[in-house]
Design a protein around this ligand. Structure first.
Ligand code: SF4
Length: 69
């Protein structure tokens, strides 16, 4: 195996690590499960079977922040 191929392999692995870190930082939700900070995380508001352990949900909406008065 040539040095060029080793360098190419290292660059591919580093690129994969960087892309993974970017995805983690920009993924939705701040906790392990989306439901934990979803505004619909009650039996009355959400009937999905994934609740309360959804890791992917198109209905996810973060809890609204309280505005200081
Ligand atoms: S809408 Fe999705 S993320 Fe929100 S509580 Fe229901 S299952 Fe969880």
């Amino acid at each position: 195996m040539g040095v060029e191929l080793i360098i190419m392999d290292v660059l591919i692995v580093l690129s994969a690590i960087v892309l993974s870190l970017v995805y983690i930082n920009h993924s939705r939700g701040s906790r392990a499960f989306l439901c934990e900070d979803c505004r619909f995380n009650t039996p009355e508001l959400c009937l999905k079977t994934e609740r309360p352990r959804a890791i992917d949900c198109t209905s996810y909406r973060p809890v609204l922040e309280q505005k200081p008065q």
